[in-house]
Ligand binder design. Structure first.
Ligand code: PGA
Length: 261
């Protein structure tokens, strides 16, 4: 089965609305159009409205980094799915490792967020991944089992069609240490197999699973060439429009070795 690649830039806590505008203008001027992949920008909340206006009429998609599971109410500092939808978001991250490890999001909280996102007809990107200690302790599969079972609790196979999974080893995020293409492939194949066991072969064949963790122009192609990797979730290297455009060009170029950039 051919799955449509998704390449996403997660800006984390970076860029004002003005800087967002400058990025989008220069990205649109410099990038080549790739009709066979989805490109997604995930700016901070305060830039969503501006980004949405600038992206209208383009084929770039807009997403948010996090959400609260409640529809409204006394949750100071929080943002609801309805607010994100009104700002033009299509995708929403749930369970990014920084949310889990810095802000303490539990698997239950991630599951609640997923359900709220699906309930508003938006598309969740469920992030999973192990820490270095967990990998070295050979606990990668048990961590993934727990994050997948917790995050996807009570999700129907039909709803699963709207979900994207991002495998992001915590030890590779923002560290410059990328998982090798073989490591990323092996772990993502494990995640795909998990979906097959807990849902169906059809669901696992259709599931888009991204790799994230120090993706850059020089490694994007060999990661994307792996059979189970359907795109990338990019942090640091997505902040610069040229580097983001180069990653997309590399990932979408025909199979071959990485170009040395
Ligand atoms: P990085 O971040 O590309 O800077 O490692 C990836 C992520 O956190 O999604």
């Amino acid at each position: 089965m051919r799955r449509r690649p998704l390449i996403a830039g997660n800006w984390k806590m970076n860029k004002t609305p003005q800087e967002t505008q400058e990025f989008i203008e220069s990205y649109l001027a410099a990038s080549s159009e790739h009709r066979d992949c989805d490109v997604l920008l995930i700016p901070p909340f305060t830039s969503l409205d501006r980004a949405s206006r600038l992206l209208s009429g383009t084929n770039l998609l807009l997403g948010a980094q996090d959400v609260h599971s409640a529809a409204s109410g006394a949750y100071t500092g929080a943002i609801s799915v309805g607010m994100l939808k009104a700002c033009g978001c299509v995708f929403v991250l749930a369970g990014h490792s920084e949310r889990r490890h810095v802000f303490g999001d539990s698997d239950d909280a991630v599951n609640d967020k997923l359900k709220a996102i699906l309930g508003n007809d938006l598309f969740p990107i469920l992030c999973v991944g192990e820490t270095l200690e967990e990998r070295e302790g050979e606990r990668t599969s048990s961590v993934l089992n727990q994050q997948l079972a917790g995050g996807l609790k009570d999700i129907s196979e039909q709803a699963l069609e709207s979900i994207v999974i991002a495998y992001e080893p915590v030890w590779a995020i923002g560290t410059g240490k990328t998982a090798t293409p073989e490591q990323a492939q092996a772990t993502i194949a494990y995640v795909r197999h998990w979906i097959e066991i807990h849902f169906s072969r059809q669901a696992s064949d259709a599931m888009r699973i991204l790799y994230g963790g120090s993706v850059k122009p020089s490694n994007a192609r060999s990661l994307q060439n792996q059979p189970d990797i359907d795109g990338a979730l990019i942090g640091g290297a997505s902040l610069d429009p040229d580097s983001f455009a180069q990653i997309i060009d590399e990932a979408m170029s025909p199979s071959g070795e990485d170009k040395v950039c």
